[in-house]
Design a protein around this ligand. Structure first.
Ligand SMILES: [Zn+2]
Length: 446
């Protein structure tokens, strides 16, 4: 299908900005960007779909490099006796109570709702980390269906393996990851698979041995690393080594592996991550909310490590997350120049696209010919001049701080949101159904 976005301001995601341009899309890819006289003489083909870009800003579709769609129905949930003092207690008192209550229906609903929230924020690719210990088998196919087909976004999916619910559920989690990996079709550019692991402190050596024996050679893992201080403390006390060394010992520190958080790893571990070319993902708002520590952004960037940005399931708003990533560096280091625009642009607009392109096998994250046609359009007519040099200022202090949502969203050349409304999903009916589903989910939490 041919799609033409006509007359928008266009930022390519790197260094080019056009005041008025036409994006020509064919067969899921960007075919051309037309400006000036080329645009003036271009005739939009009669059979093409058209989005009027007048008064709108087009940017590359955003990527959330670490999220948990299963947390989508937790909003507003009351938890009696909730008073965690440590990160492990947050998991025990909140997230592990919620995920145990998920059934196949609430897995599906939370994935649809989460993907819709992401789409509204301009996100076109989600790297999800799923857990539902009492509904393991088939859960990844359900999440994929919700993300890829029902809403229409790209995704990388995995099941969060752990020992915490017993060996039977652990084994089910291994099979779920392997089954999903075995169905991963490299020609399907909308979906890919990773092997999900919860964290070092919830996985015994025997569990990691089983994973190491059976994980396909080219598959990466997706794991929380040293999110709370107790993960490293437990690893050293129980295994006599640090977490990154332990992952390396089991040959899971790979170039497609996604390591979320990495707040408490030491300098030697950072060197090991750099050598392995594994990916690190920063989740500033979740880290602040859990009071677990501050990410050493400079330490990872200076080693040339790919540093992605994620939300860890705390919403899906990547531009607000980026805003927070910057101010967190400033406040924690007492330096107003820390977390500057170049670093922020790199993590969201260079490194996240690199991660998505590597995992999904497609060129993702630029509005340029040959790239996947993943485009977010905001109804944004700025009150101040805008160009390639100050675009980050507009994204952060215009769109992010005012929580503006997209007016149109295009993924792989298909329209997901048009004029503020979902094309494939009946929002009102789905939210009414979701409120009922969430109420019964909450009632099941013990
Ligand atoms: Zn997480």
């Amino acid at each position: 299908m041919k799609l033409v976005i006509d007359g928008a301001r266009i930022w390519d995601g790197a260094s080019e900005f056009h005041d008025k341009g036409t994006i020509v899309i064919d067969d899921g890819k960007i075919e051309a960007i037309l400006t000036g006289s080329e645009r003036d003489t271009y005739k939009i083909p009669a059979e093409a779909e058209k989005i009027d870009g007048d008064g709108k800003l087009a940017i590359p579709g955003l990527i959330n490099a670490h999220t948990h769609l299963y947390s989508s129905l937790a909003r507003g949930m009351a938890l009696p006796n909730y008073s965690p003092r440590t990160f492990t207690q947050i998991l025990e008192q909140l997230w592990w109570r919620l995920d145990k209550a998920l059934d196949p229906e609430s897995v599906k609903m939370s994935a649809i709702v989460g993907a819709m929230e992401a789409a509204r924020c301009g996100v076109t690719t989600l790297i999800d980390h799923h857990a539902s210990p009492h509904a393991v088998t088939g859960s990844l196919a359900a999440v994929k269906q919700a993300v890829n087909k029902d809403v229409g976004l790209r995704g990388a999916f995995c099941y969060e393996l752990s020992d915490r619910d017993g060996m039977g559920i652990r084994d089910e989690g291994i099979e779920e990851n392997l089954d999903f990996l075995s169905t991963d079709d490299s020609s399907d550019l909308m979906s890919t698979a990773l092997f999900g692991l919860h964290a070092s402190f919830t996985l015994s050596d025997s569990s990691l041995s089983k994973v190491a024996e059976r994980i396909p050679e080219r598959a990466g893992v997706h794991i929380h690393v040293a999110e709370g201080p107790e993960d490293e403390e437990q690893c050293q006390a129980k295994h006599g080594m640090r977490i990154v060394q332990r992952l390396d010992k089991f040959n899971l520190l790979r170039d497609r592996s996604v390591l979320a958080h990495c707040l408490h790893i030491n300098e030697e571990e950072k060197d090991l991550v750099a050598e392995s070319k594994a990916i690190v993902v920063h989740n500033p708002r979740s880290n602040m909310n859990n009071a677990v520590g501050v990410f050493d952004m400079d330490g990872f960037l200076k080693r040339g490590i790919i540093v992605g940005l994620g939300t860890d399931g705390l919403g899906e708003n990547m531009l607000s997350e980026l805003f927070t990533a910057g101010i967190l560096q400033k406040v924690s280091r007492g330096d107003s120049l820390a977390g500057g625009f170049p670093d922020l642009q790199k993590i969201l607009f260079d490194d996240n696209p690199q991660i998505a392109s590597l995992l999904l096998g497609s060129k993702i994250g630029r509005i340029a010919p040959g790239y996947a046609a993943d485009i977010a359009l905001f109804d944004y007519d700025p009150p101040t001049p805008i160009d390639a040099g100050n675009i980050l200022g507009h994204l952060l202090f215009g769109i992010a701080v005012h929580d503006l949502h997209v007016c149109d969203l295009v993924v792989s050349g298909g329209i997901v949101i048009r004029d503020g409304h979902f094309v494939n999903v009946d929002e009102d009916a789905l939210y009414a159904q979701s409120r009922e589903g969430a109420a019964s989910l909450w009632a099941r939490i013990s």
